[in-house]
Design a binder for this molecule. Structure first.
Ligand SMILES: *Cc1c(COP(=O)(O)O)cnc(C)c1O
Length: 451
């Protein structure tokens, strides 16, 4: 590893400098985007290995190229670990990422024009669950379902929509949902109308492995996930087929495999496959359970700290790694100001829509944050209390900036806003404190990947 960076430093100093800058940003900032995490040295090493040199279209022992005897073992190890981690009979570890994994589910279960259902994007759902800007919303007849004003999924609406529209496929899972998913209830709704239920657990997969979130395995036919969020592996995706899925369609596993290759992709990224296997091995250790429990404890402590400071949280709390701040008590469309101001303080979050969003996805009224990365760094409740106070203070610093109603004026106004907060002394002071805290929790203790 050290040698690898030394080579980049020598042969491509321009790129070396950029990686170094990004490492500094990661090291000295609080990464609170809930879909991000910091992988282990072992995962980094697998990803940076010579496995990237190989072509291996096909599946273990069914390849189109020679020389795959060791790659077959690499992929089989990843598959077996995925099956063990989720307690499922079939796993495909080749999807390039979460979105292609979801596309493969459509290819395996639907024909263009079929009705599908998923959680609406502005209600926390993912683009690939049928949003109009995604091809999934264009190739299929998408019937979105919603959350109620209190932030919880509207099960009555889901049931009514399913009975009325008879979907072929129903998605459960989201990018912005802070409570447990009602997998069992969704399973019944899907069974009643003969639909496939696909659980997209991209965000919570690690929590599911650790038993900190209910598993969808008894209720869903198919499970998709990313491998780079709470699983804490390389960027990638996986698709699992459950026993319930095989009972509904004995060919479902082959249909999923064929949808990935040759349906959608070419050669798998073998170095990523190896890194997924390494991450799953870490996830199967007892310490990973402690890690996931701490993620949720931290999330709850952070929510409490914010609420104690008068900040509104969607559903008044959280059961997972994520918190959604509702900024509407300060006005509409405030997410962008808070995101920019927190960025300046060294706290990385993302603006996000909230239930019954009064503004728009580009200028939403909420902010989404999470604790997986901070927990990986070893931070606990004590640090969350301090960070919650910083975030609340930054929100209050920018509360008087209001998004212009006139769309033409917005860009210029935000530019002026950025100038103004650049000089804000209180935010500058918080940034210094953030850096001091980050120095106490190094990303890779005793291992400088840039040497
Ligand atoms: C992150 C995410 C995805 C997509 O993953 P990519 O790797 O970014 O393609 C899909 N579904 C959900 C629910 C997600 O959170």
């Amino acid at each position: 590893m050290h040698d690898m960076m030394a080579s980049i430093k020598k042969t491509d100093p321009e790129m070396y400098k950029l990686i170094k800058k990004e490492f500094g940003r990661q090291q000295l900032g609080l990464e609170m985007i809930p879909s991000e995490n910091n992988v282990s040295k072992a995962v980094l090493q697998a990803m940076g290995s010579i496995l990237t040199n190989k072509y291996s279209e096909g599946y273990p022992r069914k390849r189109y190229y020679g020389g795959n005897q060791f790659i077959d073992e690499v992929e089989t190890l990843a598959i077996e670990r995925a099956k063990k981690a989720f307690k499922v009979p079939h796993a495909n570890v080749q999807p390039y990422s979460g979105s292609p994994a979801n596309f493969a589910v459509y290819i395996a279960t639907c024909k263009p024009g079929d009705v599908i259902m998923g959680q609406n994007l502005t209600d926390g759902g993912h683009l690939t669950h049928g949003w109009k800007a995604s091809v999934t919303g264009q190739l299929f007849k998408s019937v979105p379902y919603h959350v109620k004003e209190d932030g919880y999924l509207d099960l009555d609406e889901i049931k009514q929509l399913a009975e009325k529209h008879k979907p072929k496929l129903i998605w459960v899972g989201a990018t912005a949902y802070v409570r447990e998913f009602p997998f069992e209830e969704l399973g019944k709704i899907a069974d009643n109308v003969g639909a496939y239920l696909a659980a997209d657990i991209a965000h919570i997969a690690g929590l599911v492995i650790a038993g900190v979130h209910k598993s969808p395995v008894p209720y869903a036919h198919i499970i998709t996930t990313t491998t780079h969020k709470t699983i804490r592996g390389p960027r990638g995706g996986m698709i699992m087929v459950t026993q319930k899925g095989l009972d509904k369609d004995p060919e479902l596993a082959q249909k999923i495999d064929r949808a990935i290759f040759p349906g959608l992709q070419g050669g798998p990224h073998d170095h990523t496959t190896a890194a997924i296997a390494v991450a799953l091995q870490e996830d199967l250790q007892p310490e990973f359970k402690d890690y996931c429990r701490q993620i949720v404890k931290n999330s709850k402590a952070l929510a409490k700290s914010l609420m104690d400071d008068g900040i509104k949280i969607v559903t008044d709390g959280t059961n997972n790694h994520m918190i959604l701040i509702d900024l509407t008590s300060f006005g509409k469309g405030k997410g962008v100001f808070v995101q920019e101001a927190l960025d300046l303080a060294g706290i990385t979050v993302n603006k996000n829509t909230i239930p019954a969003e009064p503004s728009s996805p580009f200028y939403p009224s909420g902010v989404r944050l999470g604790t997986p990365s901070l927990t990986t760094r070893g931070m606990k409740e004590k640090e969350m209390k301090i960070i919650g106070k910083w975030i609340a203070d930054v929100i209050k610093e920018v509360k008087d900036f209001n998004l212009p109603e006139d769309k033409e004026e917005r860009k210029a106004y935000i530019k002026g806003f950025k100038k103004a907060i650049n000089k804000n002394e209180n935010i500058g002071k918080i940034k210094k404190e953030v850096i001091e805290l980050c120095k106490k929790f190094p990303l890779y203790p005793g291992f400088d990947i840039l040497k």
